[in-house]
Write a protein that binds this ligand. Sequence first.
Ligand SMILES: C[S@@+](CC[C@H](N)C(=O)[O-])C[C@H]1O[C@@H](n2cnc3c(N)ncnc32)[C@H](O)[C@@H]1O
Length: 235
Amino acid sequence: MANSYTALSRHYDLIMTSGYYDYGAYARALAAELGDHREVLELGVGTGLVCESLLELGGAGLRLTGIDHTESMLSQARDRLGNRVRLVRQDIVEMTTPSVFDAAYSVGGVWYGTQDPEGGALCSHLLEEDDDVRALKNLATAIRPGGPLLLAVQQAHRNYQRPLPGGLVYAQEIRSEGDRFVKDYFVRKEGEVLAHQRCEFRAYPRERADRLLAHCGFRFARATDDGLLRRYVRE
Ligand SMILES: C[S@@+](CC[C@H](N)C(=O)[O-])C[C@H]1O[C@@H](n2cnc3c(N)ncnc32)[C@H](O)[C@@H]1O
């Protein structure tokens, strides 16, 4: 399975909650953009950290569904969220959900934006454009017309390392190869590698990404003022 998170999943929460993402900020931005939309789909729910933050905000009446293709991430999401969120093991390229959702979002999930100096990019866990088209069309089928698709924007990728609790060290190394890039994630303790995961992503320049999304039924509406989300609308 391409871009499985199995190798990193045991350390995922520690890395993400110690400075990688500000889940509270993303959840507040999502809640503001979701407004009254109730049936909401998370694309690449991982261990459920975004859902948990959204539910903590109150989200009365919010009915969340999360899909992910990595079982070891989903099992942590099940432990975290219990029956508060419907969790489905699903590769988005194969998703055949009928039109039941009012909205969808992805925070570092299947797709995400980056704030690259050259105008920003859309990064995809899917490596072939045909797969992005297929997955986006599956998604367009799953969201009711007029519903928003909210894609989180994060800092541009860079090489760095930083300490984690328990004497661990997280490091990431990025290598660009044309319109793709390879990202190596490492967790080390006293120099020994405890976990290593390699992911490969495809990066689309922003204008090209917006054309691709439009082709699949999602019109770009606006970026949020805080710069955390790009809002598309299912036509
Ligand atoms: C960086 S994690 C983000 C998880 C979560 N949204 C968060 O913010 O912590 C990316 C997730 O996307 C999932 N993913 C990648 N490609 C996918 C695909 N084709 N279909 C479903 N999930 C996918 C991975 O398994 C992984 O759990």
